[in-house]
Design a protein around this ligand. Structure first.
Ligand SMILES: *Cc1c(COP(=O)(O)O)cnc(C)c1O
Length: 459
């Protein structure tokens, strides 16, 4: 049979009820939450696309492995199993478990960082940047030019700009570069992939200049899928083999298992260098826990060990990437402008393009986030001037370069009919785009205002 539809490659054994609601109820809840969906409770949400982090559904194999979790303080069986899986995947000899990705980042970058140091990445994820800057060092983003233009198509929009990287190394001096960090996939822009060719070029440049090369491997399996399908010479390789080849090009990695580990909590740091690993181990024991659990329960390590293998499954990855692409394609059919090409874990809507009548000072992204919730109970996050805007000395808004709204897709959680429902909500959004009103801020904290700011619609 010639098969068109890519079905969810799993059956559902345990179900979590969704609390349904009416538009009238949601309008009231939204008002009480000061038009900020971060302040809603999860029971008030029908489809939650706030993040793909820690929101995965676990498999029967993961749940049953959890029952055999060994909770010993030292030398737990569960640790040995996890260490074996990570070693097999990455090839790195030293593996340090942590409770999530940012703990691995804090340990590594507080040791490598400090005043006078610079870090260069295709794009630093926000916790990566925060940990680097907290150490006193500087974080420089170095993506290819195409990455900055939402409508420009490029198969590997997550790539690093090699000639600019070379220039930056010369400018700052190789000995002042704490590390070069490749984020795969690049979270910014919804998970744009990095090619093996680009990884090789960065790796060679780092070797030549004796600079540490680190992979931020949160979505390494999704990246491997894109390399297999878009880069010549990789069609015949398995997704895991592609990931292993990528790891072989670097000196170590940090990973939040809350993404491609298919678990709700966990992470790790893995390194080649003995000395650096010793220093990191000291910090791990002081702040996270002993080397054989690092802040994780034995059962959590069991779940990660299984998740890191399941994530490379052919049918899973095909369904995963296709379901993200499906949402993007469908809403485009209703004239909703999105970032292209569609990435691995999220669809980014261009709210400025959708609501041309709403000035950036009235936060078109926040207006869309509120409309999606009001119309359909869909929760997502603004990635625009609410998140990244600042003020000049006169208090005038300096807007972000783009006004985006991120629809992040949790792994193995929603079915196609859930996605079709979100598409219907967008149909309604498109039909009423012209009447949608802008928002203004009524209360805001000094830092990370998007989490707790209050808003109201502009009359
Ligand atoms: C989520 C994420 C992190 C941080 O991991 P946490 O588990 O949330 O601490 C770091 N880098 C990237 C690219 C991420 O997506």
């Amino acid at each position: 049979m010639h098969q068109h539809i890519i079905i969810e490659p799993f059956k559902i054994k345990t179900v979590e009820p969704i609390t349904m609601s009416t538009e009238k109820q949601r309008l009231e809840w939204l008002r009480k939450a000061h038009y900020n969906p971060f302040l809603l409770t999860s029971d008030q949400v029908i489809i939650d696309l706030l993040t793909d982090s820690g929101t995965s559904a676990m498999s029967t194999a993961q749940w049953s492995a959890m029952m055999s979790g060994d909770e010993s303080y030292a030398g737990a069986r569960s640790w040995k199993k996890l260490e074996h899986v990570i070693h097999d995947l990455t090839g790195y000899p030293h593996i340090l478990p942590t409770h999530q990705g940012r703990a691995a980042e804090r340990i590594l970058y507080s040791l490598l960082g400090g005043k006078g140091k610079v870090f260069i990445s295709n794009t630093h994820f926000d916790t990566t940047r925060a940990n680097i800057e907290f150490s006193g060092a500087k974080a420089i983003d170095c993506p290819i030019e195409q990455a900055l233009h939402p409508s420009v198509r490029h198969p590997f929009k997550g790539n690093m700009d090699i000639s600019r990287l070379e220039k930056l190394i010369r400018e700052h001096g190789a000995k002042n570069v704490g590390a070069v960090i490749m984020t795969v996939t690049n979270n910014t822009g919804g998970g744009q992939p990095v090619s093996m060719e680009n990884m090789k070029a960065v790796s060679a440049l780092c070797k030549e200049n004796k600079i540490l090369f680190v992979i931020d491997a949160c979505r390494i399996a999704e990246n491997a899928y894109f390399v297999n399908h878009r880069e010549t010479g990789f069609e015949g390789k398995s997704y895991k083999e592609i990931a292993q080849e990528m790891f072989s090009l670097a000196d170590g990695c940090v990973m939040s298992a809350k993404k491609d580990g298919l678990v709700n909590i966990g992470g790790f740091l893995a390194l080649r260098d003995n000395e650096l690993s010793d220093a990191c181990t000291n910090l791990l024991i002081i702040t996270e826990g002993f080397t054989t659990y690092g802040g994780l329960a034995g059962r959590d390590m069991e779940a990660i060990a299984v998740g890191l293998e399941e994530v490379f499954d052919r049918d899973y990855l095909r369904y995963r990437i296709r379901s993200t692409e499906y949402l993007g394609e469908k809403i485009q059919e209703y004239g909703i402008p999105i970032m292209l090409p569609i990435g691995g874990h999220a669809v980014y809507v261009d709210a400025k393009g959708l609501y041309k009548h709403i000035p950036v000072e009235q936060y078109p992204g926040q207006a869309l986030v509120c409309a999606l919730y009001r119309i359909g109970g869909v929760r997502c996050v603004e990635v625009g001037s609410v998140m990244f805007g600042t003020y000049d000395e006169r208090g005038t808004l300096i807007p972000a370069p783009m006004e985006l709204v991120r629809l992040a897709i949790p792994r193995r959680v929603y079915t196609q009919s859930h996605v079709d429902y979100v598409v219907e909500v967008f149909q309604e959004i498109a039909a009423h785009a012209r009447e949608t009103k802008g928002m203004r801020i009524t209360h805001e904290p000094k830092f990370l205002r998007h989490f707790t700011a209050h808003f109201e619609p502009v009359p």
